[in-house]
Design a protein around this ligand. Structure first.
Ligand code: IPT
Length: 970
């Protein structure tokens, strides 16, 4: 049998990286050479297979007038309202049969056409050539200019350049690009993300003047002993290197040593310079720093660094991985404002402009190669391309295109070979090549468990215990590995509500030198804006195979709204610790690796019952990195009234405007309690009065038959009873492959979402109304014997709930508390932890204070609805005309739907506000953990089943005052 195709598409399934492209080199924007952006609207035609159309569209004179239009950069599946196919999400499964390097016949192929004129002043052919640059095309492209086939390439997130000067003409240039969604390259790009074909990064025509710069390598090191920087710029084309601020004017290739301010992520000192060759000037932004492996540690400028990092995918909810500069800047600003100091560019080199921003604002970068072959795990890594010599040229091409493109960024301190690609000789070849090309940085690859090719021992999702052992050097491993520093390239899976346990990890990192930090998985939820579903995730486009909302696991929501997990991370990694010191002092610790405290100003505030009654500036001595001191606090500005709770709040704020936040921006804070509050208690002076249908007790009314609360003062209350169920979080549910205990699943199996409440007795006594019940799921012997005891002093009513477990409980509870419905409630105020949500193992960012919000603003809109919005340590809360005081403090949540509705919802659009506001007052919540991919909560955050007693004092309050207050929403 033989096949005939009209077009030669063999290159699509060829393991080679391509043909025709120029050698990789540094990415730069010239000062004086012309360039022409070819971004914009292109003509577009989609075909179902690679060879459905011949290449006549690339010929001059072809009439594409009938074609659609598409935006470049962009992904076609995110344009055209579904007319051009749709996105598909899989975590590690290849969405096509695994038969490398073959790809399916159904191979969506987008022909892109753009006609352009050169600007009138574009230099003529005598003045040099031109290069056509593609910064990112997913996954394989063939290119024609003015009818001439100039080559084809693979490697979606690395640049490809073509020499095109000889083909250009002043007007009517026809650029034709055929892009195939699937290619041999797809086997190397199995990252956990949406499959999104297209020309998704810039297309640029660059004039290349005669005598212009080709490639160059800026070597800028720093000697921390002398304070001198040494600069040497190696350039393919000889020229001069000029750095005015340092009085440098030397030949390329010649080293020069001068005193400099070093570059660090904390102090990103950049020197503007220029590389000047005969035909061109290229701006340089030079950061002097030395990265080395010394004493088993990653040191920069002689000091070990602690990475407080995030894994960043490129994401925009409408444009996918086609990011504009402002979106990239938004990421960097958000990171800096949340104390993040490091980024792993998971799992591919980012748009080069992102690295410029990292240089400028200061972020350590682990630059990762565009390589992942995770799907081969399904066949025990058989036929893995990284262990097959035929693929090695493609791997080396990817490594070189990353290193050459990004080598001049001071922010890049580590090269990463890729992610989840198993092991093999191809990876070794990449590491060897990178080590040979760039001795000034370290090499990382998590899959190299023995660290044969790498300079850092790296793992993902290791438990606290294991990380502790690694920190102590008790983890074993090869001799080489034991001598290396450790990082967690991924930890704290931020899917949905979570992660929990960040503070516990940070404590361990800070306790052991070998542990040099970690990178949260991940920065942003990859939700896609969707007309019907609001935000879409895997499966919402009818994918045959998909991994659901596993693609929404970021610290920021798809629109970059920080989630509570990011607020927690910011607090946990703050660069200055403000804690209680000895003898009523404040201990200030400078936790930075390099900088002193001079960028910060310190303030104090004194709070009585959460209200600030005095504030001022606090003098803090100049502490070098790593130092700490006890600082005297002022005299309290007021005498605390008896029973009042008082506390200091101390803040470290930016002393001046910086590039990334304004003066006054809070970088770190701490609270030091002074006096504790008196717990509320009601002296039972009123007696219950039994009527025919109702029992009254002080301001409260109860159903005489069931003992159920009907109202307090004028406020109607429905359905008050014990509650143990929460809509399981992604971390409760755990990952399908996890063998550990997955409580979200087990809770449901046990029936905790369908508890029955048996009424045993309603007792009207002299001083109390007592209701006895047993709360238990069908089919099980376990239950909670529950007693509600009500007393009143005439104005207020106090409920004490006593819970006694019965039977053999083997699981913790999701929550333990009461819930009830209010018919009208909107504004909420409370004294307790805030402003954001908190859970037992994610409550560091919860500050004690007086907070106001609305029921709507209390909700965290996780892309897949789940338990959210709890406020911790609440002393009292007011909403809907009701005041609740807790003894002890409680967890507070309120929402316009029931937990059952929240549990049933798949998307936010499924949540429809009802008439009733459902309030939960919890004595306990189970921890969050990180089990959607990593370990569950630490045992100390388990809500174990045990006898419990807690109480609430209710009273009716005047809502009208509250309604006059203008409440800021979240
Ligand atoms: C890990 C991947 O490296 C990352 O890309 C992402 O998929 C993450 O998991 C889960 O969100 S790999 C996993 C086997 C731990």
């Amino acid at each position: 049998m033989s096949f005939r195709t009209t077009t030669d598409v063999a290159y699509v399934e060829d393991v080679s990286p391509g043909s025709g492209a120029l050698a990789p080199r540094a990415w730069y924007a010239s000062s004086d050479a012309r360039s022409l952006s070819l971004n914009g609207s292109w003509r577009f035609r989609l075909s179902a297979t690679a060879d459905a159309e011949d290449d006549s569209f690339a010929a001059e004179g072809y009439d594409a007038g009938g074609w659609a239009e598409i935006a470049v950069p962009g992904h076609w599946v995110l344009q055209g309202d579904g007319a051009f196919g749709s996105p598909a999400y899989t975590n590690h499964l290849y969405p096509f049969p695994v038969d490398p390097p073959r790809v399916p016949t159904e191979n969506p192929t987008g022909d892109h056409l753009r006609v352009f004129d050169l600007p009138a002043d574009w230099p003529g052919p005598a003045d040099g050539g031109a290069v056509l640059r593609f910064d990112g095309v997913d996954s394989c492209a063939r290119v024609w200019l003015n009818g001439t086939d100039i080559g084809e390439f693979k490697g979606s997130r690395i640049p490809h350049e073509f020499a095109v000067g000889h083909l250009l003409r002043p007007t009517g240039n026809v650029l034709a690009v055929r892009v195939h969604q699937w290619s041999a390259g797809s086997y190397l790009e199995d990252q956990d993300q949406w499959w999104l074909p297209g020309i998704f990064r810039d297309v640029t025509l660059l004039h290349r003047p005669a005598g212009g710069v080709l490639d160059f390598f800026v070597h800028a090191s720093y000697d921390h002993l002398t304070g001198a920087g040494t600069l040497r710029v190696d350039s393919d084309v000889d020229g001069r290197v000029v750095v005015p601020a340092l009085d440098i004017d030397v030949e390329t290739g010649c080293p020069v040593t001068v005193p400099v301010r070093p570059w660090t992520a904390e102090t990103p000192a950049l020197y503007d310079g220029e590389l000047v060759t005969e035909g061109e000037r290229v701006p340089l932004r030079i950061g002097f720093r030395t990265v080395e492996l010394a004493d088993g540690l990653i040191k920069v400028n002689g000091r070990p660094v602690l990475f407080k990092g995030v894994n960043r995918h490129e994401w925009h909810p409408e444009r996918g991985r086609a990011l504009d500069l402002e979106t990239m800047r938004a990421d960097v600003l958000l990171m800096k404002r949340h104390n993040v100091n490091a980024v792993r560019t998971s799992h591919y080199p980012p748009h080069p402009a992102f690295l410029d921003l990292c240089d400028e604002y200061g972020l350590w970068v682990v630059d990762e190669c565009d390589l992942e072959t995770h799907g081969f795990v399904e066949q025990d890594w058989r036929d893995n391309p990284v262990d097959d010599d035929r693929w090695t040229p493609a791997l080396l091409d990817r490594a070189a295109r990353m290193v050459e493109r990004d080598k001049n960024h001071p922010s890049v301190v580590i090269w990463s070979l890729g992610n989840e690609a198993g092991t093999g000789r191809g990876l070794t070849a990449m590491a060897e090549w990178i080590h040979g090309r760039d001795t000034s940085r370290l090499v990382h690859y998590e899959g190299d468990i023995d660290c044969r090719d790498t300079d850092v021992y790296s793992r993902m999702y290791a438990s606290h215990d294991e990380v502790e052992r690694i920190g102590q050097g008790l983890d074993g491993g090869t001799h080489r590995r034991r001598a290396l520093p450790f990082i967690l390239c991924e930890y704290a899976h931020a899917m949905g509500n979570g992660p929990g346990g960040l503070a516990d990890y940070q404590k361990i990192f800070e306790a052991h030198e070998r542990l040099q930090g970690a990178f949260v998985w991940e920065w942003i939820d990859h939700g896609i804006e969707h007309p019907r579903l609001g935000l879409a995730y895997g499966g919402d486009f009818g994918e045959e195979l998909h991994d659901g909302n596993f693609v929404c696991d970021g610290l920021v929501l798809p629109d970059r709204t920080p989630s509570p997990g990011l607020a927690e991370f910011k607090k946990v990694i703050e660069p200055v610790a403000l804690t209680a010191g000895d003898d009523a002092t404040l201990r200030v610790t400078n936790k930075q690796d390099f900088a002193g405290l001079c960028a910060l100003a310190f303030t104090w505030a004194f709070q009585v019952d959460g209200e600030t009654v005095g504030s001022g500036d606090l003098a803090v001595p100049a502490l070098a990195a790593g130092e700490s001191a006890d600082v005297k606090l002022p005299q309290p500005p007021v005498l605390a009234p008896a029973g009042a709770e008082t506390a200091w709040t101390v803040r470290a704020v930016l002393a001046e405007d910086t590039a990334w936040a304004d003066r006054g921006h809070v970088v770190a804070w701490g609270q030091v309690p002074v006096t504790a509050r008196a717990l509320p208690a009601v002296t039972p002076t009123a007696a219950p009065v039994a009527g025919e249908r109702v029992v009254t007790l002080g301001p409260a009314t109860f159903d005489a038959r069931t003992g159920e609360l009907r109202g307090i003062g004028g406020v109607d209350v429905t359905g008050l009873r014990l509650d143990v169920w929460r809509a399981p979080t992604d971390n409760d549910d755990g990952a399908p492959w996890q063998s550990d205990v997955r409580y979200g699943v087990l809770w449901r199996e046990l029936g905790l979402h369908r508890m029955r409440h048996r009424l045993d007795a309603v007792e009207v006594g002299d001083g109390a109304l007592t209701v006895r019940s047993r709360v238990a799921p069908a089919a099980r012997e376990v239950g909670l014997s529950t007693v509600y005891r009500w007393v009143s002093d005439g104005d207020r009513v106090q409920l004490t709930v006593s819970v006694t477990p019965e039977g053999d409980w083997t699981l913790p509870l999701p929550r333990l508390g009461i819930r009830f419905g209010l018919s009208a409630a909107d504004r909420v105020s409370w004294f307790g932890g805030g402003p954001g949500e908190a859970y037992p193992d994610s409550r560091t960012a919860s500050a004690l204070g007086r907070w106001r919000s609305t029921v709507d603003a209390l909700q965290t809109p996780y892309v897949r609805p789940q338990e959210n919005g709890a406020r911790a340590d609440v002393r009292w809360a007011e909403l809907g005309g009701l005041r609740v005081e807790g003894a002890p403090e409680f967890w507070f949540s309120a929402r316009r739907w029931t937990t059952e509705q929240l549990d049933a919802a798949g998307h936010l659009t499924d949540l429809v506000p009802g008439e009733t506001v459902w309030v939960n007052l919890d004595h306990g919540q189970h921890g969050l953990g990180s089990q959607s991919c990593g370990p569950g909560p630490l045992p100390r955050y388990f809500l174990d089943v045990a006898p419990a007693q807690f109480s609430f004092v209710f009273s009716a309050v005047d809502q009208s005052i509250d309604s006059l207050i203008d409440i800021p929403t979240r």
